[in-house]
Design a protein around this ligand. Structure first.
Ligand SMILES: N[C@@H](CCC(=O)N[C@@H](CS)C(=O)NCC(=O)O)C(=O)O
Length: 219
């Protein structure tokens, strides 16, 4: 049975799952979520009324939340690249870093992006300033964490790096990572050349004009 992923290639949380799928060469069919694809949009709304992408359909199971989708893939469709270590203690560290990237990098990044879509009178400058401050604090902490490390947790590429790649990619677009955070900048560059993420970035390239704050001419 083919896995179906309801997603859009430009979405950060969708990229998180795409990276996991590409790491293991897991076959799936993309149900592209775009206004031109009303059928997929309607299925998506029925499957997950909260309408947050990505959503994975595996047979009669509907799986939501990017992290849980990656956990599901590891359990039901394992491949050569194990994204969550077998050792429970090592896995805990991976999950901690996954939460870090979602909560303290992805969330403030999204706050800044979404604010750009709002009409002027509905904007939230205080919330955006707090999001920028949180990104700086998160990068400061991450810079120390990444000293002497290639990947966010343990010695190999993991779920945590799947979360980190799109989070840091877009965070740097909306709030450039400061030069003093050299370890974070180097880590972002390392993620950019990881073939699974490089592929996700390439596939999303045609959608760059849609980026609400405007996409920079790089990466
Ligand atoms: N906690 C969810 C977040 C998913 C999410 O925020 N997805 C965004 C796209 S990156 C979305 O669907 N946004 C649509 C909206 O907010 O209406 C996850 O981990 O999958």
């Amino acid at each position: 049975m083919t896995l179906k992923l309801y997603a859009h290639p430009f979405s950060s949380y969708c990229q998180k799952v795409l990276i996991a799928l590409y790491e293991n060469g897991t076959p799936f069919s993309l149900r592209m979520l775009s206004t031109e694809n009303a059928g997929a949009m309607a299925e998506f709304a029925t499957l997950w009324p909260l309408k947050r992408m990505p959503v994975l359909v595996d047979g009669d199971r509907t799986v939501v939340e990017a992290t849980i989708i990656i956990e599901h893939l590891g359990l039901y469709h394992p491949g050569p690249v194990r994204l969550i270590p077998e050792d429970a203690r090592a896995a805990l560290d991976v999950r901690m870093m996954d939460r870090f990237f979602d909560n303290y990098v992805m969330t403030p990044m999204q706050k800044i992006v979404v604010d750009c879509i709002r009409v002027e009178e509905n904007r939230d400058p205080q919330g955006v300033a707090q999001a920028r401050e949180l990104l700086d604090t998160a990068c400061g902490w991450l810079d120390g964490r990444m000293a002497g490390r290639a990947w966010a947790a343990g010695r190999s590429f993991s779920l945590a790096d799947c979360a980190a790649a799109p989070a840091l990619f877009y965070a740097d677009w909306v709030h450039p990572i400061r030069d003093v955070f050299a370890n974070v900048r180097a880590y972002r560059n390392r993620l950019l050349v990881r073939p699974s993420f490089a592929r996700a970035v390439d596939e999303a390239r045609p959608y760059r004009p849609l980026f609400p704050p405007g996409a920079p001419d790089r990466d």
